[in-house]
Design a protein around this ligand. Sequence first.
Ligand code: AHM
Ligand code: MG
Length: 335
Amino acid sequence: MTQRISLTRYLVEQQRVDGHIPSQLRLLLEVVARACKSISQAVNKGDLGGVLGAASTENVQGEMQKKLDIIANEVLIEANEWGGHLAAMASEEMDSIYVVPNRYPQGEYLLLFDPLDGSSNIDVNVSIGTIFSVLKKPEGSAGVSEHDFLQAGSHQVAAGYCVYGPQTTLVLTVGDGVAMFTLDREQGSFVLTQEHVQIPADTKEFAINMSNMRHWDAPVKRYVDECLAGKEGERGKDFNMRWIASMVADVHRILTRGGIFMYPWDKREPNKPGKLRLMYEANPMSWLVEQAGGAATNGHQRILDIQPGKLHERVSVILGSKNEVERVTSYHQKT
Ligand code: AHM
Ligand code: MG
């Protein structure tokens, strides 16, 4: 029987053997994984646990919160605040940063997360997930402030997501490729199920919310029109479309079999660069995709190079199979 490698062992080897991560970061990732395990339990119980439905509160982005959004946020904070590895946390569900309380030791890392991505799918039993990004607090800064978080995605030291679907799968990068771990519910541990994940450079599958088509900019419309034209059109091949409306689930499919995902700027809210959030949605997903050989841009530049101006900044997202992302990006450059 081939030996099963647990997440713990994988991380210990990343730390001790390969020297990719310090022990504090290993601890942090283990704690995040533990929190994801408990969010997975809550998601699994659904109505039996009384966790479905709206919470009658709004988050900083003016979106109605679901009960599970709030539960997942609390689970991540409670799990992470006392370990001594973090200085502060930031979340889609909190207006400002959460500084580790004085009663606990302060670490050197900053953790950002979307506690439950794909909120519109919670109540309909479709895959949802947790997305996270880890930064280091800049050296020499006393205390911790929102400004410490405003680092380009290329500074991330770890990033990942956990998708709560037919299986619960944790996907992780610490800058040494992408590894996937499936939750073994009987053992209660994440087990390595795929390493060195690679996204094929070409694809015949695109993901975008087509109902927004009339609001798109010309380059995105051109790309999708060409996909829709299929064999008879410019591309000379038929395309397939998928849209789960959970970025975690769409990105998981792309990491598994390729494809392109787009949530572009559109004319509905012209002053917003996009719908998705840069620091805890686009950055971690872009790094995972790049680590798996794919690409991620906002149509004009590499997402990981964008210097954030504020914590909840939004961004236009085009990511996945390299050749397709480059094509859409080149269409933007021509206009
Ligand atoms: P959320 O973080 O509030 O769940 O919003 C993000 C989600 C993404 O997971 C998904 O790609 C997108 O919003 C779906 O948006 P839409 O419903 O407009 O298609
Ligand atoms: Mg989200």
